[in-house]
Design a binder for this molecule. Structure first.
Ligand SMILES: Cc1ncc(COP(=O)(O)O)c(C=O)c1O
Length: 435
């Protein structure tokens, strides 16, 4: 699953003892394992190698430049959704022909940036957006390529409503029934060439079945479009492949591959994948220090020095993250990450952050080993949608990010200071821009 494992009751990232590492870097801190990140990319690539897909790592899941570079060096393309993410992909040295640019609200400046960078495809989210991209490309005297994002009206019932994107009522893509009309209107546009179909049905998708349903619908569409004389040379099946928030929760990559490959091989289509969390989620943990213990009614609260401002998933999606002390009695070493570990001496605990919101809760009534002020807790599977969604709410600085590689650890983003927090407000005197 990953390289964050207990030995004699002590948590290690690869060969590095987490308590020793935290003694020099402090808390809270995001800690990543290079071996986990890169082996996830390699194993996913291996599972799909029969169809040699273009893998576009979804930067939005975890965007630290040093981590993006590691993946770009292995040949990964990038899935981006903003000018800022495209900038990161460029700095990471990604092959721009393997960059896809999604997002429902691309601005003119972002579109120009993508055309200039000669990205692989704009994933088109609406007719209006297509017309704008084509007009901008024409003005620039350039040609760009597009994949129409179709909305196949498919979802995994286990995906949270806030991360389901493949149903009709969501804001993403164009209803699949409108796709033929789209190609009639724009299929031969010389400035923006729509030569691919894009899907992204949501995340995480805990079984191959929703992909199968969505791909079957897309292939019928592609057949019809080809019969009508349109060139369709690629199918982007998006991201959403699951991660192990609990041990064994997500299907193996080979399971997804075995269901998807027979559908798409030998169809004259380049297949594009946009995996994010399945690569990055288990590659990172967030380590925090216990500040206080208190009781409220019959409940026992453990108050820690990180919160929803650093990891918003529990507050936003009611997401489960396994949380455990970094040092435990060996009898309490968890064999599995699960909501209810079957171990001796556990106490029902609420783990909460310091933010002034009642949703700033990481765990409710969770059986955990008893802890004391000063103990460290690891919040697991925090590599994806963790640091990238961090905010400064309550004027809290961002935590550092640390990369472990074997027995070495490197700071890949330093802890933010209070001075940096207010820098943009202090740089200039307030300037009147309207009166
Ligand atoms: C278009 C698109 N592709 C890929 C992803 C990555 O999803 P995941 O990290 O679950 O693989 C997302 C996530 O929101 C997305 O919107």
């Amino acid at each position: 699953m990953d390289d964050f494992q207990y030995r004699n009751g002590q948590l290690f990232a690869e060969e590095v003892n987490i308590n020793d590492l935290v003694a020099s870097v402090g808390t809270p801190a995001y800690i990543y394992s290079k071996r986990t990140l890169t082996s996830h990319y390699d194993r996913l690539t291996e599972a799909f190698k029969e169809i040699d897909p273009i893998i576009c790592y979804s930067i939005k899941s975890c965007s630290n430049l040093h981590l993006c570079k590691l993946l770009a060096e292995r040949g990964s393309g990038m899935d981006v959704v903003s000018g800022g993410e495209l900038y990161r992909a460029q700095l990471a040295g990604a092959d721009m022909s393997k960059v896809v640019f999604a997002g429902v609200g691309k601005t003119d400046a972002e579109i120009k940036q993508g055309i200039d960078a000669q990205i692989g495809y704009f994933n088109i989210e609406s007719e209006a957006e297509f017309e704008n991209i084509a007009a901008i490309a024409q003005k620039m005297g350039k040609t760009t390529h597009a994949a129409l994002r179709v909305n196949p009206d498919v979802a995994d019932p286990r995906t949270h409503a806030k991360t389901t994107t493949g149903k009709k009522e969501t804001k993403f893509g164009v209803d699949i029934e409108r796709a033929k009309q789209f190609f009639k209107s724009y299929g031969h546009n010389p400035h923006c060439r729509p030569t691919a179909i894009h899907l992204h049905i949501g995340s995480p998708i805990y079984s191959p079945e929703p992909y199968v349903q969505a791909i079957k619908k897309a292939l019928l569409l592609i057949n019809d479009l080809r019969a009508d004389g349109f060139t369709i040379d690629a199918l982007d099946i998006g991201g959403g492949f699951a991660a192990d928030y609990e041990t064994g929760q997500s299907p193996a990559w080979t399971e997804y591959a075995q269901a998807i490959i027979p559908l798409v091989k030998d169809k004259g289509l380049k297949i594009i994948l946009e995996p994010g969390r399945t690569i990055s989620a288990n590659a990172g943990i967030l380590v925090t220090e216990v500040q206080y213990l208190k009781t409220g009614g019959s409940k026992k609260f453990v108050i820690v020095d990180t919160g929803m401002h650093h990891l918003i998933r529990p507050a936003m999606y009611e997401a489960f993250h396994f949380i455990w002390p970094t040092q435990v009695d060996p009898t309490q070493q968890p064999a599995k990450r699960t909501e209810s570990p079957d171990l001796p001496g556990l106490e029902l605990t609420d783990v909460v952050g310091p933010v002034c919101e009642s949703s700033d809760v990481f765990a409710k009534q969770r059986p955990m080993p008893p802890v004391q002020r000063g103990d460290l807790l690891a919040i697991f599977t925090a590599g994806a949608y963790g640091m990238v969604m961090a905010s400064h709410y309550n004027t809290n600085p961002f935590p550092p990010e640390v990369l472990v590689d074997g027995d070495q650890a490197t700071i890949i983003r330093r802890r933010e200071t209070y001075e940096e927090l207010v820098e943009a407000e202090q740089q200039t005197q307030p300037v009147a821009i309207y009166s």
